[in-house]
Design a protein around this ligand. Structure first.
Ligand SMILES: [Zn+2]
Ligand SMILES: [Zn+2]
Length: 755
């Protein structure tokens, strides 16, 4: 007979850990008790040696999928002679801070009940248990308890109550527990708000099959859905949503269905089926029968698997692939309340499938790619948030307000950084409100009262203005690219000096110009700009971002002077002389023409020179399409120049531009030229890193910034650097785009004020 106490820390509360321990204890004939305390889970266990050993061994091995065990300490005690095993009441502490679970995809056991005709929850769209279901999106306040969630209005029936109260039941303390007798229900409405009678799921499926567009309320918001194979329906959705060609995501019934449209490797399959259920960007198959309008001009498709019981019910039908895109008009935040959705989406959806479980926090679907067999997250939201990013050291409570596009904010405490869900582009009042409400909510959930606030140096960002308007708190402005690099450092757990390579479209520079092709000696406090892409004018400011032909002309003028107008390339033929002259005058007279060292703009320019696109409809579109056409087999490069005697060093890509034009004139295929362009930029990055290494004796390189969403470039650069012995770090937990900068801002602010 032996007795031990087991202290477990990490993410072990609110995710079904105690019932798991209870059942494991019963299985191994353990006597004693378990409780939650402020540190995690505490177990007092007594049994015969073999049983106890097996019990301890199995805890980390069989723990619920959401558990993250950080430590498990075992200490021997004098046997006590317990006769039962019980779950004791939690030790409540003042200012108790616990981690909160993200929303979790429906588990296998619930699924099997959902489709068992003899089960009383057969086809019930809100089935869940301690291992699955809504969490973050329904929590209104803490502690996480039913009456503080949007499940409060639903009074449990005796059966549900019995499950909820029984420690041996897999629905023990499952806060959203519900059944057809007592829980939420569906309601199908037409465009006038009139209820469509009959079985809502069946009716919905009929409507989808007929090509109608439906607004479907899910876990974190309302999706706009239509049959993914119906070209007309998809096209109608596009035009009503004012979304010209930004790709839509598709939800497929299962992996077998995904494989009909896309190449799926082992790692991608794993992430698609994970409890987080993100949208995974996959290579589209030639023979894909998904409507072309789902992802025009793309050789990839964003796919996800059903993650709520409602999705499973909808897709367990002849419709095995549905477009599921955020329920919003253009760039507004996703609609998440019934009334709001019927109002805002009236012109888009023909019918509305609602339910009466309220969403408290909206949360968009997450988006990821797989790079080097690991997730490479592009949007970290539903399924991941609000789990924190673990920091290498404890930090003060800081609020970091993030950037403008793809905004997230971040709140820190102890060794945790709570990076928010995807807020969106902070360009309108709706999004700003959602940003402010999100901050208040996170502060409350995690007992965080910030001691300082960090913001981007760009004076026009709404996030910056918000930060500056908070009274009585120290404020730290953080340079955009510094924040990118530090985000990359902390999520990889590294400190000290690194070579930071931050390449993106726009970031406010310390000299007031627009940066975006930056190489620095960076650490958690400092960002010493050692090299950058040559500065060029950006005629029209933000217009030059929307119209890549402007940047194409800028680079042609830089490369060829007035001769540019006589080049026999399509771009010159497409853009009439008058427009070109106005542009030239703007540049000469510096009218609304800031300077930029942005790498994003060089990609835009090249895309337009290759006639890929002169105007974009969403951020990064030209660069994305340029990447898609790149021939990866090309080995040649264009020449470029690194001016190593200048401080900071200047990287001059004009040779690349001249080379592109020369190849165009020689009728080399655009796909070869794009491949060669990608090789050249990769080589330019690698050689700049080498130049810095030879002076600074730094061997670690952190790659960050939106340009590294380009997997072709990322992979060329990573391989090239490693070949030369560099240690290469890139993102995998937070996005490389501006969705990741709030994390870096928070840590930099901590270091500057408290570090
Ligand atoms: Zn379940
Ligand atoms: Zn019930």
């Amino acid at each position: 007979m032996k007795r031990v106490e087991i202290a477990i820390t990490g993410i072990v509360q609110g995710i079904g850990f105690r019932p798991f321990i209870y059942n494991l204890a019963k299985k191994n004939l353990i006597r004693g008790w378990v409780l939650n305390n402020e540190k995690g889970v505490f177990i007092d266990a007594e049994s015969e040696d073999g049983n106890l050993d097996r019990f301890i061994h199995d805890i980390p091995k069989l723990a619920p999928p959401l558990a993250r065990i950080e430590s498990l300490d075992v200490r021997s005690l004098q046997p006590q002679g317990y006769t039962t095993f019980e779950i004791k009441k939690s030790e409540e502490a003042e200012d108790k801070f616990v981690l909160i679970s993200p929303d979790v995809a429906t588990c296998d056991q619930c699924l099997s009940e959902l489709f068992s005709p003899q089960n009383f929850r057969y086809q019930y769209p809100f089935i869940n248990c301690t291992l699955c279901g809504p969490r973050f999106t329904i929590i209104q306040d803490i502690p996480y308890d039913r009456h503080k969630t949007t499940m409060a209005p639903f009074r449990m029936c005796p059966v549900c109550q019995q499950e909820y109260g029984n420690p041996a039941d897999r629905r023990f303390h499952a806060q959203p527990n519900a059944c057809p007798a007592c829980g939420p229900s569906l309601r199908l409405e037409d465009g006038k708000g009139e209820e469509v009678l009959g079985d809502p799921i069946e009716k919905t499926l009929n409507l989808l099959r007929k090509g109608f567009i439906l607004a479907i309320k899910g876990l974190g918001g309302v999706h706009l859905a239509c049959d993914a194979k119906n070209q007309n329906a998809v096209f109608t959705l596009r035009s009503r949503k004012f979304r010209e060609d930004k790709p839509f995501a598709v939800m497929c019934r299962d992996i077998a269905e995904v494989k009909k449209y896309c190449e799926v490797d082992e790692e991608e399959e794993k992430v698609l089926s994970s409890v987080e259920r993100p949208i995974v960007i996959l290579r589209k198959k030639e023979e894909s029968t998904v409507a072309h309008a789902v992802a025009p001009y793309q050789n990839t498709l964003g796919v996800m698997l059903p993650y709520s019981p409602l999705h499973h019910l909808l897709l367990n039908s002849p419709l095995k692939a549905l477009v599921m895109t955020s329920g919003n008009v253009s760039d507004e935040p996703i609609a998440y309340k019934n009334e709001e959705a019927s109002h805002r989406l009236r012109g888009i959806a023909d019918y509305f499938l609602f339910h009466n479980r309220e969403i408290h926090m909206r949360c968009d679907d997450s988006v990821t790619r797989i790079f080097e067999r690991k997730p490479y997250i592009l949007r970290r939201s539903r399924g991941y948030v609000p789990f924190p990013i673990k920091l290498p050291f404890p930090v003060e409570m800081i609020l970091a307000c993030g950037g403008e596009l793809k905004n997230t904010f971040c709140l820190t405490r102890d060794k945790y950084a709570f990076v928010s869900h995807h807020i969106g582009d902070l360009e309108n009042l709706e999004t700003l409100t959602s940003f402010e409400e999100g901050i208040q909510h996170f502060k409350k959930l995690f007992y965080i009262e910030p001691k300082a606030v960090a913001y981007d140096l760009h004076p026009d960002y709404l996030s910056t203005q918000y930060a500056l308007s908070i009274p009585d708190i120290p404020k730290i402005g953080v340079q955009h690219h510094h924040a990118h690099i530090v985000s990359g450092m902390v999520e990889n757990g590294i400190e000290g000096d690194v070579i930071g390579v931050a390449l993106d479209g726009t970031g406010f520079g310390l000299d007031g110009t627009i940066w975006g092709g930056e190489f620095a000696k960076a650490n958690l406090r400092n960002f010493d700009r050692l090299a950058h892409l040559r500065k060029v004018p950006m005629p029209g400011g933000s217009m030059a971002i929307k119209e890549p032909w402007r940047m194409a002309m800028v680079y042609l003028l830089e490369a060829f002077g007035d001769e540019a107008n006589h080049l026999s390339v399509d771009l010159i033929k497409r853009i009439d002389l008058q427009k070109r002259n106005i542009l030239k005058r703007m540049i000469e007279k510096r009218i609304n023409t800031p300077w930029t060292s942005s790498m994003g703009r060089l990609f835009d320019a090249t895309a337009s020179i290759l006639s890929v696109r002169d105007q974009v409809h969403y951020e990064g579109q030209a660069a994305i399409e340029l990447e898609m056409m790149a021939d990866h087999e090309v080995k040649e490069e264009y020449p470029f120049l690194i001016k190593k005697d200048e401080r900071p060093m200047v990287i001059d890509p004009i040779g690349v531009v001249r080379g592109v034009i020369r190849d165009l004139l020689e009728k080399i295929s655009p796909s070869r030229i794009s491949g060669k362009f990608h090789r050249s930029i990769a080589q330019l990055i690698i050689e700049t890193c080498e130049a810095i290494r030879s002076e600074e004796d730094l061997n670690r390189v952190v790659l960050s910034g939106g340009v590294f969403q380009n997997i072709t470039l990322l992979s060329f650069v990573t391989k090239g650097l490693r070949r030369l012995g560099f240690e290469v770090y890139h993102h995998h937990l937070v996005p490389t785009n501006d969705g990741g900068i709030s994390l870096g801002q928070a840590v930099i602010a901590h270091m500057m004020l408290f570090g």
